[in-house]
Design a protein around this ligand. Structure first.
Ligand code: S3P
Length: 169
């Protein structure tokens, strides 16, 4: 399968870049968070609140498995925590080319300060949370990806160019 899969921390630009990439590659776009919200008919925040994070993580694994049913290839943006499960990383590698959009904690904080839609960043010290999570998750994302694209300070056009180079290799 030749899906193009974008992974990375919350706010790294997976959905913005993913939509532009889908246009460029003439491949449809999907986003695992949106698929889950549509299936559950509620928001990610509500799912975390009423069912808990583990239930959400199980929904993510089911969602990735369902992507194998697609008859054509997609540009797929996956939720930031999805690649943390080893099972999911294996599934993503089988689905296609995995690209990690790597961003510095400062970039993420600037983009996400005040955001209310990410349950893991609510409460005290979102900046510290971002720093700690990126430190822990960075190596896992790197391990899961075939290519890493640094996004800090780059325009969408520059990021797209690098992704297209990696995809066409
Ligand atoms: C999460 C990232 C979110 C969403 C949920 C948990 C995470 O997706 O799946 O809030 O654990 O990093 P985005 O990366 O699209 O924000």
């Amino acid at each position: 399968m030749n899906n193009v899969i974008l992974i990375g921390y919350m706010g790294c630009g997976k959905s913005t870049i993913g939509k532009k990439l889908s246009f460029r590659l003439k491949m449809p776009y999907v986003d695992t968070d949106k698929l889950i919200e549509n299936e559950q008919k509620t928001t990610i925040s509500q799912i975390f609140e009423s069912r808990g994070e583990q239930a959400f993580r199980d929904m993510e694994t089911r969602c990735v498995k369902n992507l194998f049913e697609n008859k054509q290839d997609y540009v797929i943006a996956v939720g930031g925590g999805l690649p943390l499960r080893e099972e999911n990383r294996k599934l993503l590698a089988d689905l296609g080319k995995v690209i990690y959009l790597r961003a510095k904690p400062e970039t993420i904080y600037e983009r996400l300060k005040g955001d209310k839609t990410r349950p893991l960043l609510q409460g005290e010290d979102p900046e510290g949370k971002i720093q700690r999570m990126i430190r822990e998750r960075g190596p896992v994302y790197e391990q899961a990806a075939e290519a890493v694209v640094d996004v800090d300070g780059k325009s969408c056009e520059e990021i797209l160019k690098q992704i297209l180079e990696a995809v066409q290799k």
